[in-house]
Design a protein around this ligand. Structure first.
Ligand SMILES: [Zn+2]
Length: 198
């Protein structure tokens, strides 16, 4: 998977985290002791989050979950990708965001285990390409036109599409985009952000 998985990193950089506490609960899988630890972190681009890590001492089940301390309200970020330069824009996707590329018919919904990831536009397209390749490997079948097109765009950094980040908590962000390429829409009907900000 392209893009750093920030939650794993967070666990190691405890120097930036503030431990809020830990407690024990019964593991839902084996009934053993599960240690739940909550730590507050400041994540660049996301603000303050709480990392909840669960670890079962008996069966070894582990799960890390990131919860934002403050919801910014449902937001949609539109990043217009025209040429190679635009592929460098950095996308920080929260675990609550869907990513869509309407022109290419692509949509990715966060799974229950979704984590924060930081990547660029090329990385986003590669996520879709990896998914398409996995599905084809499992189900067999011919290389579709859609997959061919996606591969061509990734390899040649060919623009002409919009990346939409639809975040119900409003904490995803785009940075390093050129002026006028980013529009932020507040879906809850509040004011729309100026294009090109951030
Ligand atoms: Zn267990």
């Amino acid at each position: 998977m392209q893009g750093a998985v920030v939650t794993e990193e967070l666990g190691k950089k405890s120097v930036y985290g503030r431990e809020l506490g830990s407690f024990k609960m019964k593991c839902p899988f084996c009934g053993g002791d599960m240690i739940v630890k909550e730590t507050e972190y400041e994540v660049p681009g996301l603000g303050k989050v709480i990392l909840v890590s669960r670890r079962c001492t008996r069966c070894g089940y582990r799960k890390n979950e990131v919860i934002p301390l403050k919801s910014e309200g449902h937001k949609r970020i539109y990043l217009r990708v025209e040429d190679k330069e635009d592929f460098k824009a950095k996308i920080t996707r929260s675990p609550f965001a869907r990513i869509l590329v309407p022109e290419l018919g692509l949509e990715m919904t966060p799974g229950i285990d979704a984590e924060i990831f930081v990547t660029n536009v090329e990385g986003v397209l590669r996520l879709f390409l990896d998914a398409a390749e996995r599905i084809r490997a499992m189900e067999g079948g011919e290389l579709s036109e859609a997959e061919k097109e996606l591969r061509r765009r990734v390899e040649n950094l060919e623009g002409g599409f919009t990346v939409v980040i639809d975040d119900r908590e409003g904490i995803s962000s785009v940075s390093g985009a050129r002026q006028g390429k980013v529009v932020v829409e507040e879906v809850d009907g509040r004011k729309a952000d100026k294009p090109g900000s951030q």
